[in-house]
Design a protein around this ligand. Structure first.
Ligand SMILES: [Zn+2]
Length: 287
């Protein structure tokens, strides 16, 4: 918990915003030392609010907070990185929304500085325009490490035997791989190709620059994406909102979907949309 001082300073990333009362907003932010906080920003929706431009969704911001009876109050806000590269690209914005949704679902109330660092590095990579898919797969594996759900990818969850270089199975329930003997016919075990397993292992034990240096084959990526989604859904005991949204954005970009099928989408060219209109399209993360 924040210290007992009446005011305190922290940096944060804005995860969620919600209109509140006539001119206020409720914010959910993630901070290095206090974990996830719910805050109120008073008067922020007034035209003359000096804080407004500094508290956009997915912005990194320095905050001065006053302790309130229920919620702490934002007294000063200064954006230190608005991640401009996220604002003009629907795919990047969608991936940022996914990162934030996952963090929001897993974030424990206590501070976790490595997790905060992972969040800002990931937002930075997406904003810089790096290929979003590997950035996000890397984020998922590091997040799982940091919140205590690191999948076991090197020995069988059934017989503890070393995993040999061949196709295997993955069990979300058991939290790792199963050798062909243990995995075949086992309830909840799904096949994983040798290439898929290699990529996951490589991402799990390499620093970012090494992990993403190798080209990710689209078919292998699709496999590990769906495997990670199954594992995360199992851990969270619910479906995430953003993967379905991202699927629709990708289909739209490949021309397989007409713009009308994406909720709220009026303009078929995502690059031409304003940040404000993009923000409305990103599904709300978990309540
Ligand atoms: Zn086994």
């Amino acid at each position: 918990m924040p210290s007992r001082e009446r005011v305190y300073r922290t940096e944060a990333v804005v995860l969620r915003r919600q209109e509140f009362g006539e001119a206020d907003r409720l914010l959910t932010v993630y901070t290095p030392a206090h974990g996830k906080l719910r805050l109120v920003a008073k008067g922020i929706r007034r035209a003359n609010s000096r804080k407004a431009g500094h508290l956009e969704l997915f912005t990194r911001v320095d905050l001065l907070l006053a302790r309130g009876r229920e919620l702490d109050v934002v007294t000063q806000a200064e954006a230190t990185d608005p991640y401009p590269g996220l604002r003009d690209d629907l795919l990047r914005l969608g991936h940022a929304a996914y990162v934030v949704e996952l963090l929001d679902c897993f974030a424990i109330p206590e501070g976790n500085r490595p997790l905060y660092r992972l969040l800002v590095e990931t937002m930075d990579r997406l904003s810089q325009g790096l290929e979003p898919a590997p950035v996000v797969r890397f984020f998922e594996l590091r997040l799982l490490d940091l919140v205590g759900y690191r999948p076991q990818l090197f020995s069988c969850m059934g017989c503890e035997g070393e995993i040999r270089p061949q196709a295997q199975y993955f069990s979300s329930r058991e939290g790792g791989v199963l050798c062909p003997e243990c995995g075949r016919g086992r309830r909840g075990a799904q096949p994983i190709s040798l290439s898929g397993l290699k990529v996951l292992r490589h991402y799990q034990r390499s620093p970012f620059s090494t992990a993403v240096a190798a080209r990710l084959d689209p078919e292998v990526h699709a496999e590990i994406e769906s495997l990670m989604e199954a594992y995360l859904t199992y851990l969270l005991e619910r479906r995430l909102n953003t993967p379905g949204f991202l699927q629709r954005v990708r289909r739209l970009m490949r021309g397989e979907l007409s713009a009308g099928l994406l909720p709220g989408m009026k303009d078929p060219a995502p690059a031409s949309m304003s940040a404000e209109s993009l923000e409305e399209r990103v599904p709300d993360p978990a309540p």
